[in-house]
Design a protein around this ligand. Structure first.
Ligand code: G3H
Ligand code: 13P
Ligand code: ZN
Length: 315
Protein backbone atom coordinates (compact mmCIF):
# COMPACT_ATOMS: atom_id res chain seq x y z
CA UNK A 1 0.00 0.00 0.00
CA UNK A 2 1.64 3.22 -1.10
CA UNK A 3 1.87 6.22 -3.35
CA UNK A 4 3.82 4.62 -6.19
CA UNK A 5 4.63 5.26 -9.85
CA UNK A 6 2.98 3.35 -12.69
CA UNK A 7 5.94 1.23 -13.91
CA UNK A 8 5.09 -1.98 -12.07
CA UNK A 9 1.36 -1.44 -12.62
CA UNK A 10 1.89 -1.26 -16.39
CA UNK A 11 4.24 -4.24 -16.49
CA UNK A 12 1.64 -6.42 -14.77
CA UNK A 13 -1.23 -4.96 -16.81
CA UNK A 14 0.54 -5.66 -20.11
CA UNK A 15 1.27 -9.24 -19.15
CA UNK A 16 -2.18 -9.80 -17.68
CA UNK A 17 -3.95 -8.19 -20.66
CA UNK A 18 -5.83 -5.70 -18.53
CA UNK A 19 -5.61 -1.93 -17.96
CA UNK A 20 -5.25 0.33 -14.95
CA UNK A 21 -7.99 2.93 -14.56
CA UNK A 22 -6.82 6.54 -14.49
CA UNK A 23 -9.52 8.72 -12.97
CA UNK A 24 -9.44 12.52 -12.74
CA UNK A 25 -9.71 14.01 -9.27
CA UNK A 26 -10.74 17.47 -8.09
CA UNK A 27 -11.90 17.13 -4.48
CA UNK A 28 -12.01 14.88 -1.42
CA UNK A 29 -15.21 12.99 -2.23
CA UNK A 30 -13.91 12.03 -5.68
CA UNK A 31 -10.58 10.79 -4.25
CA UNK A 32 -12.39 8.81 -1.55
CA UNK A 33 -14.90 7.32 -4.00
CA UNK A 34 -12.14 6.16 -6.36
CA UNK A 35 -9.79 4.79 -3.70
CA UNK A 36 -12.59 3.05 -1.81
CA UNK A 37 -13.74 1.47 -5.08
CA UNK A 38 -10.19 0.34 -5.89
CA UNK A 39 -9.73 -1.03 -2.34
CA UNK A 40 -12.96 -3.04 -2.59
CA UNK A 41 -11.55 -4.69 -5.75
CA UNK A 42 -7.98 -5.04 -4.45
CA UNK A 43 -6.93 -3.04 -7.51
CA UNK A 44 -4.15 -0.57 -8.19
CA UNK A 45 -5.33 2.75 -9.63
CA UNK A 46 -4.08 6.07 -11.01
CA UNK A 47 -5.41 9.38 -9.71
CA UNK A 48 -4.78 12.23 -12.12
CA UNK A 49 -5.18 15.97 -12.06
CA UNK A 50 -5.37 18.40 -14.95
CA UNK A 51 -3.83 21.87 -14.82
CA UNK A 52 -7.26 23.28 -14.06
CA UNK A 53 -7.69 20.80 -11.20
CA UNK A 54 -4.33 22.01 -9.83
CA UNK A 55 -5.60 25.57 -10.05
CA UNK A 56 -8.86 24.58 -8.38
CA UNK A 57 -7.57 22.56 -5.44
CA UNK A 58 -3.84 23.30 -5.22
CA UNK A 59 -1.09 20.68 -5.77
CA UNK A 60 -0.15 20.45 -2.07
CA UNK A 61 -3.74 19.90 -1.01
CA UNK A 62 -4.30 17.27 -3.70
CA UNK A 63 -1.14 15.39 -2.74
CA UNK A 64 -1.86 15.50 1.01
CA UNK A 65 -5.43 14.33 0.46
CA UNK A 66 -4.37 11.50 -1.84
CA UNK A 67 -1.63 10.38 0.55
CA UNK A 68 -3.98 10.37 3.55
CA UNK A 69 -6.70 8.44 1.73
CA UNK A 70 -4.19 5.93 0.33
CA UNK A 71 -3.07 5.31 3.92
CA UNK A 72 -6.68 4.79 5.02
CA UNK A 73 -7.70 2.52 2.14
CA UNK A 74 -4.46 0.58 1.64
CA UNK A 75 -4.43 1.03 -2.15
CA UNK A 76 -1.38 1.19 -4.43
CA UNK A 77 -2.01 4.39 -6.37
CA UNK A 78 -0.04 6.76 -8.58
CA UNK A 79 -0.61 10.51 -8.49
CA UNK A 80 -0.29 11.77 -12.06
CA UNK A 81 -0.33 15.13 -13.82
CA UNK A 82 -2.81 14.86 -16.72
CA UNK A 83 -2.19 16.90 -19.90
CA UNK A 84 0.69 18.89 -18.42
CA UNK A 85 1.08 21.94 -20.67
CA UNK A 86 4.69 22.89 -19.84
CA UNK A 87 7.85 22.06 -17.87
CA UNK A 88 6.92 24.61 -15.22
CA UNK A 89 3.72 22.71 -14.30
CA UNK A 90 5.64 19.43 -14.36
CA UNK A 91 8.16 20.89 -11.89
CA UNK A 92 5.40 22.08 -9.54
CA UNK A 93 3.86 18.60 -9.51
CA UNK A 94 7.17 16.84 -8.93
CA UNK A 95 7.99 19.26 -6.09
CA UNK A 96 4.62 18.36 -4.57
CA UNK A 97 5.19 14.61 -4.59
CA UNK A 98 3.47 13.51 -7.81
CA UNK A 99 4.84 10.13 -8.94
CA UNK A 100 4.02 10.46 -12.64
CA UNK A 101 3.53 13.30 -15.11
CA UNK A 102 2.14 13.73 -18.59
CA UNK A 103 3.52 16.32 -20.93
CA UNK A 104 1.03 16.93 -23.70
CA UNK A 105 2.76 18.51 -26.68
CA UNK A 106 0.36 16.97 -29.19
CA UNK A 107 -0.82 20.38 -30.38
CA UNK A 108 2.75 21.45 -31.28
CA UNK A 109 4.50 20.68 -34.55
CA UNK A 110 6.16 17.25 -34.40
CA UNK A 111 9.76 18.42 -33.87
CA UNK A 112 8.65 20.83 -31.15
CA UNK A 113 6.71 18.07 -29.43
CA UNK A 114 9.84 15.87 -29.53
CA UNK A 115 12.09 18.61 -28.13
CA UNK A 116 9.74 19.70 -25.34
CA UNK A 117 8.88 16.12 -24.35
CA UNK A 118 12.59 15.21 -24.22
CA UNK A 119 13.26 18.15 -21.91
CA UNK A 120 10.45 17.02 -19.57
CA UNK A 121 11.67 13.40 -19.63
CA UNK A 122 15.21 14.44 -18.70
CA UNK A 123 13.96 16.56 -15.79
CA UNK A 124 11.41 14.01 -14.53
CA UNK A 125 13.72 11.00 -14.79
CA UNK A 126 16.42 12.90 -12.88
CA UNK A 127 13.82 13.21 -10.12
CA UNK A 128 12.68 9.56 -10.30
CA UNK A 129 9.33 10.36 -11.92
CA UNK A 130 7.86 8.61 -14.98
CA UNK A 131 6.51 10.47 -18.03
CA UNK A 132 3.58 9.98 -20.41
CA UNK A 133 3.41 11.94 -23.66
CA UNK A 134 0.95 12.20 -26.52
CA UNK A 135 1.26 11.83 -30.24
CA UNK A 136 -1.64 12.45 -32.59
CA UNK A 137 -4.54 14.74 -31.77
CA UNK A 138 -7.73 13.79 -29.98
CA UNK A 139 -10.84 15.80 -30.71
CA UNK A 140 -12.75 17.51 -27.90
CA UNK A 141 -12.02 19.87 -25.05
CA UNK A 142 -9.28 19.32 -22.51
CA UNK A 143 -8.17 22.08 -20.19
CA UNK A 144 -7.75 25.26 -22.22
CA UNK A 145 -7.24 23.38 -25.51
CA UNK A 146 -10.18 22.65 -27.80
CA UNK A 147 -9.65 20.51 -30.90
CA UNK A 148 -12.61 21.00 -33.24
CA UNK A 149 -14.43 18.05 -34.77
CA UNK A 150 -12.59 17.03 -37.96
CA UNK A 151 -9.30 18.54 -36.76
CA UNK A 152 -8.03 15.57 -34.79
CA UNK A 153 -5.38 13.31 -36.35
CA UNK A 154 -4.62 9.66 -35.67
CA UNK A 155 -1.18 8.58 -34.44
CA UNK A 156 1.24 7.58 -37.18
CA UNK A 157 2.91 4.24 -36.21
CA UNK A 158 6.35 5.07 -37.68
CA UNK A 159 6.30 8.46 -36.01
CA UNK A 160 5.37 6.76 -32.71
CA UNK A 161 8.56 4.66 -32.88
CA UNK A 162 10.67 7.71 -33.72
CA UNK A 163 9.02 9.68 -30.90
CA UNK A 164 9.55 7.03 -28.22
CA UNK A 165 13.14 6.46 -29.36
CA UNK A 166 14.09 10.11 -29.34
CA UNK A 167 12.26 11.26 -26.20
CA UNK A 168 12.74 8.25 -23.89
CA UNK A 169 9.15 8.66 -22.70
CA UNK A 170 7.77 5.85 -20.47
CA UNK A 171 4.27 5.55 -21.98
CA UNK A 172 2.51 6.95 -25.02
CA UNK A 173 -1.02 8.29 -25.42
CA UNK A 174 -2.30 7.61 -28.92
CA UNK A 175 -5.15 8.91 -31.03
CA UNK A 176 -7.18 6.03 -32.51
CA UNK A 177 -10.68 7.53 -32.48
CA UNK A 178 -11.45 8.36 -28.85
CA UNK A 179 -12.13 11.97 -27.83
CA UNK A 180 -12.59 13.93 -24.63
CA UNK A 181 -15.98 14.82 -23.21
CA UNK A 182 -19.50 13.40 -23.33
CA UNK A 183 -20.13 13.63 -27.08
CA UNK A 184 -17.69 11.24 -28.70
CA UNK A 185 -19.57 9.90 -31.71
CA UNK A 186 -22.37 11.41 -33.79
CA UNK A 187 -23.04 7.99 -35.36
CA UNK A 188 -21.50 4.56 -34.81
CA UNK A 189 -18.66 4.21 -32.30
CA UNK A 190 -15.48 3.25 -34.09
CA UNK A 191 -11.88 2.82 -32.93
CA UNK A 192 -8.89 2.04 -35.15
CA UNK A 193 -7.67 -1.18 -33.50
CA UNK A 194 -5.59 -2.07 -36.57
CA UNK A 195 -3.59 1.10 -36.05
CA UNK A 196 -3.10 0.23 -32.38
CA UNK A 197 -1.82 -3.21 -33.36
CA UNK A 198 0.61 -1.75 -35.91
CA UNK A 199 1.92 0.82 -33.41
CA UNK A 200 2.63 -1.99 -30.93
CA UNK A 201 4.18 -4.23 -33.58
CA UNK A 202 6.51 -1.47 -34.82
CA UNK A 203 7.50 -0.54 -31.26
CA UNK A 204 8.35 -4.19 -30.58
CA UNK A 205 10.39 -4.45 -33.77
CA UNK A 206 12.33 -1.38 -32.65
CA UNK A 207 13.15 -3.07 -29.33
CA UNK A 208 10.38 -1.59 -27.17
CA UNK A 209 8.92 -4.80 -25.80
CA UNK A 210 5.63 -4.57 -23.89
CA UNK A 211 5.53 -0.80 -24.31
CA UNK A 212 2.55 0.71 -22.44
CA UNK A 213 0.00 2.60 -24.52
CA UNK A 214 -2.48 5.06 -22.96
CA UNK A 215 -6.06 5.65 -24.07
CA UNK A 216 -7.44 9.12 -23.35
CA UNK A 217 -11.05 10.14 -23.86
CA UNK A 218 -12.19 6.70 -22.76
CA UNK A 219 -15.33 7.35 -20.73
CA UNK A 220 -18.20 5.07 -21.68
CA UNK A 221 -20.92 7.68 -20.93
CA UNK A 222 -23.45 5.19 -19.56
CA UNK A 223 -26.95 5.94 -20.97
CA UNK A 224 -28.43 5.11 -17.52
CA UNK A 225 -26.36 7.90 -15.93
CA UNK A 226 -27.36 10.34 -18.68
CA UNK A 227 -30.98 9.36 -18.04
CA UNK A 228 -30.52 9.94 -14.29
CA UNK A 229 -29.06 13.42 -14.93
CA UNK A 230 -31.79 14.33 -17.43
CA UNK A 231 -34.56 12.97 -15.16
CA UNK A 232 -33.51 15.53 -12.55
CA UNK A 233 -33.19 18.53 -14.80
CA UNK A 234 -29.99 18.17 -16.85
CA UNK A 235 -30.10 18.69 -20.60
CA UNK A 236 -27.60 16.23 -22.03
CA UNK A 237 -28.83 15.28 -25.45
CA UNK A 238 -26.84 13.07 -27.83
CA UNK A 239 -24.18 12.15 -25.26
CA UNK A 240 -22.27 9.03 -26.34
CA UNK A 241 -19.12 7.31 -25.11
CA UNK A 242 -16.87 4.36 -25.90
CA UNK A 243 -18.68 1.00 -25.69
CA UNK A 244 -17.37 -1.22 -22.88
CA UNK A 245 -16.47 -4.06 -25.31
CA UNK A 246 -14.13 -1.70 -27.14
CA UNK A 247 -12.44 -0.67 -23.91
CA UNK A 248 -12.05 -4.34 -22.95
CA UNK A 249 -10.49 -5.04 -26.33
CA UNK A 250 -8.06 -2.11 -25.95
CA UNK A 251 -7.13 -3.35 -22.45
CA UNK A 252 -6.41 -6.82 -23.82
CA UNK A 253 -4.03 -5.24 -26.34
CA UNK A 254 -1.17 -2.85 -25.43
CA UNK A 255 -3.36 -0.29 -23.65
CA UNK A 256 -2.27 -0.31 -20.00
CA UNK A 257 -3.91 2.95 -18.86
CA UNK A 258 -7.50 4.01 -19.58
CA UNK A 259 -8.40 7.63 -18.79
CA UNK A 260 -11.84 8.54 -17.48
CA UNK A 261 -13.03 11.90 -16.26
CA UNK A 262 -16.39 12.48 -17.93
CA UNK A 263 -17.88 9.34 -16.32
CA UNK A 264 -16.92 10.64 -12.87
CA UNK A 265 -18.41 14.06 -13.66
CA UNK A 266 -21.66 12.63 -14.97
CA UNK A 267 -22.02 10.25 -12.02
CA UNK A 268 -21.38 12.99 -9.50
CA UNK A 269 -23.83 15.31 -11.25
CA UNK A 270 -26.54 12.64 -11.44
CA UNK A 271 -26.15 11.73 -7.77
CA UNK A 272 -26.28 15.34 -6.59
CA UNK A 273 -29.21 16.25 -8.83
CA UNK A 274 -31.12 13.24 -7.52
CA UNK A 275 -30.31 14.08 -3.89
CA UNK A 276 -31.46 17.68 -4.36
CA UNK A 277 -34.68 16.66 -6.12
CA UNK A 278 -35.58 13.92 -3.67
CA UNK A 279 -34.70 15.82 -0.49
CA UNK A 280 -35.67 19.43 -1.11
CA UNK A 281 -35.87 20.09 2.61
CA UNK A 282 -32.25 19.07 3.26
CA UNK A 283 -29.20 21.32 3.00
CA UNK A 284 -26.32 19.44 4.61
CA UNK A 285 -23.55 19.12 1.96
CA UNK A 286 -22.48 15.81 3.49
CA UNK A 287 -25.82 14.39 2.35
CA UNK A 288 -25.48 15.08 -1.37
CA UNK A 289 -21.68 14.91 -1.52
CA UNK A 290 -21.81 11.62 0.39
CA UNK A 291 -24.36 10.26 -2.10
CA UNK A 292 -22.04 11.28 -4.96
CA UNK A 293 -19.06 9.65 -3.25
CA UNK A 294 -20.96 6.36 -2.89
CA UNK A 295 -22.03 6.42 -6.53
CA UNK A 296 -18.45 7.15 -7.65
CA UNK A 297 -17.24 4.19 -5.60
CA UNK A 298 -19.83 1.96 -7.31
CA UNK A 299 -18.81 3.31 -10.72
CA UNK A 300 -15.12 2.56 -10.07
CA UNK A 301 -15.88 -0.95 -8.83
CA UNK A 302 -17.95 -1.67 -11.94
CA UNK A 303 -15.21 -0.27 -14.20
CA UNK A 304 -12.55 -2.42 -12.54
CA UNK A 305 -14.64 -5.60 -12.72
CA UNK A 306 -16.38 -5.21 -16.07
CA UNK A 307 -14.14 -2.99 -18.18
CA UNK A 308 -10.55 -2.68 -16.96
CA UNK A 309 -10.02 -6.21 -15.62
CA UNK A 310 -7.60 -4.95 -12.92
CA UNK A 311 -9.31 -6.73 -10.00
CA UNK A 312 -6.72 -8.21 -7.60
CA UNK A 313 -3.86 -6.41 -9.37
CA UNK A 314 -2.44 -5.49 -5.97
CA UNK A 315 -1.60 -9.14 -5.23
O1 G3H B 1 -8.70 15.47 -20.41
C1 G3H B 1 -9.02 16.36 -19.65
C2 G3H B 1 -9.78 16.14 -18.42
O2 G3H B 1 -11.11 15.82 -18.68
C3 G3H B 1 -9.61 17.31 -17.49
O3 G3H B 1 -10.51 18.33 -17.70
O4 G3H B 1 -9.21 20.48 -17.46
O5 G3H B 1 -11.66 20.45 -17.07
O6 G3H B 1 -10.11 19.38 -15.44
P1 G3H B 1 -10.36 19.74 -16.87
P1 13P C 1 -13.07 11.46 -20.92
O1 13P C 1 -13.51 12.83 -21.26
O2 13P C 1 -13.55 10.47 -21.96
O3 13P C 1 -13.44 11.04 -19.56
O4 13P C 1 -11.45 11.43 -20.99
C1 13P C 1 -10.69 11.88 -19.91
C2 13P C 1 -9.26 12.00 -20.22
O5 13P C 1 -8.75 11.59 -21.24
C3 13P C 1 -8.42 12.69 -19.23
O6 13P C 1 -7.11 12.85 -19.67
ZN1 ZN D 1 -7.01 13.18 -21.78
Amino acid sequence: MALVDSKEMFRKAYEGKYAIGAFNINNMEIVQGILRGAAACNSAVILQTSKSALNYAGPGCLHAMVKAIIDETGVDAALHLDHGPDLETVKVCIENGFTSVMFDGSHFEYEENVAKTKEVVEYAHAHGVVVEAELGKLEGVEDEVKVESGHGSYTDPDQAVDFVTRTGVDSLAVAIGTSHGAYKFAGEAKLDFDRLAVITQKLEQAGFKQYPIVLHGASSVDPAVIELCNKYGAQLKGAKGIPNEMLRKAASMAVCKINMDTDIRLTMTGAIRQAFAENPEKFDPRGYLGAARTMIQELVEAKIKNVLGSENSMN
